[in-house]
Design a protein around this ligand. Structure first.
Ligand SMILES: [Zn+2]
Length: 385
């Protein structure tokens, strides 16, 4: 069964050889989908026949957004904490314990229903691939449960037992790290593709460089890929540890030294920027321009979570990246699609060429540019074929 998608005013391929500019844009384009994959891309006038036809009516089509950083398995919300923060209470990660208590008390079906609703909310804004972390269970059974549920909605599941030290281990971080790297990892690894750690010596609730190294090394030995919450609140050791260990992504990258930037530029680790967090914690934004000019691969993601950033919208993050972080609209769109794919080490998403997954996002405008130009307007949605 093949489908011809036509009426595309502008197609973003992310293949500079297939079209114009760094996004490889094609005007007056069409593409053919067979099964789950793209089998033909080109000018509409040259399009081959297909079994069915979808006319998008002069809209732009982009690769679906790849949201490579999200925390979607949780219960409850922290609107009161947000309200306090907007009145001057600083963010230090301590409120995570509130979500842990609510999540532990929730049934599987409650967590599943909420998780699925968030994934649908994301699709409604153009996201077709999402990474989902555990990290609100923080004991062996609860973390494994979160990852089992996450696996129901995505292949990109991340074990984040080292999110914060849970209240029952207060003052006993070493014992908790032994639990995370031992029985918890053993129970979680079968349901996870990745392991992650909140490496943040500036937070009393998170993990220092030595603990983060122990967690990541154990995860790697268990066959998991590596990701790091790095340099969010201070210029800590997270970014250089991520590069040294060959992590796919260092996420946040808000406070970077010149050595951190040099390390990212010399390695393969993607810098994933999460500007919704700076928006929602009223913090200084990361300097995307500095990273791009150093040659670092940059991704954008939402960090959707109930505490520091409760947005599911990649278009919102694109608008912030352009307005607040010095990225051009094209750079931001690339970072939200191909950049996210790079951060997840995926070659089949984040682009639209022959062999790519048929993850299409349609945009109610003839160009990708209004993603940043019309912030807050619901223009993008995943196209169901
Ligand atoms: Zn996060």
């Amino acid at each position: 069964m093949s489908t011809l998608v036509t009426g595309i005013a502008e197609l973003v391929t992310n293949d500079p050889e297939a079209g114009e500019g760094p996004l490889g844009t094609l005007a007056g384009a069409a593409l053919v989908v067979s099964g789950d994959h793209v089998v033909w891309v080109g000018a509409a006038r040259d399009a081959p026949d297909a079994d069915t036809r979808v006319d998008v009516g002069g809209r732009a089509v982009l690769p679906g957004f790849v949201d490579s950083h999200a925390h979607l398995v949780f219960a409850g919300d922290r609107a009161a904490e947000f309200e306090a923060r907007m009145s001057g209470t600083p963010y230090d990660g301590g409120g995570i314990a509130t979500t842990v208590a609510a999540t532990r008390a929730a049934t599987d079906d409650e967590l599943r229903g909420h998780l699925r609703a968030l994934v649908e909310e994301m699709r409604g804004q153009g996201t077709t691939t999402v990474e989902v972390k555990s990290g609100y269970g923080l004991d062996v059974e609860q973390e494994a449960r979160a990852l089992r549920l996450a696996r129901e909605v995505t292949e990109e599941t991340t074990f984040l037992g080292a999110h914060v030290v849970p209240p029952e281990y207060a003052g006993r971080t070493g014992e908790y790290v032994a639990l995370v790297t031992g029985p918890m990892l053993a129970a979680c690894a079968p349901h996870a593709r990745w392991i992650d750690v909140f490496c943040e010596p500036a937070s009393a609730h998170a993990f220092d460089g030595d603990a983060a190294r122990a967690v990541l090394s154990a995860g790697r030995d268990a066959g998991l890929g590596l990701r790091v919450h790095a340099n969010q609140l201070s210029a800590g050791p997270g970014v250089q540890l991520a590069v040294e260990l060959g992590a796919a992504s260092a996420d946040h990258c808000t406070h970077l030294t010149d050595d951190d930037v040099d390390a990212l530029a010399s390695g393969t680790t993607v810098a994933t920027l999460l500007p919704g967090v700076e928006f929602a914690t009223r913090s200084p934004y990361p300097d995307a321009r500095r990273l791009l000019e150093a040659g670092v691969t940059v991704a954008l993601a939402t960090d959707c979570n109930p505490g520091s950033c409760y947005t599911s919208s990649m278009p919102f993050c694109i608008a912030l990246a352009v307005r607040e972080m010095g990225m051009t609209p094209a750079e931001a769109v690339w970072a939200a699609t191909a950049g996210g794919a790079a951060a997840l080490d995926r070659g089949d998403v984040g682009r639209l060429g022959v062999g790519a997954r048929a993850d299409l996002t349609v945009h109610d405008a003839p160009s990708y540019r209004p993603l940043a130009y019309r912030p807050g307007v619901p223009l993008a949605r995943a196209l169901a074929i």
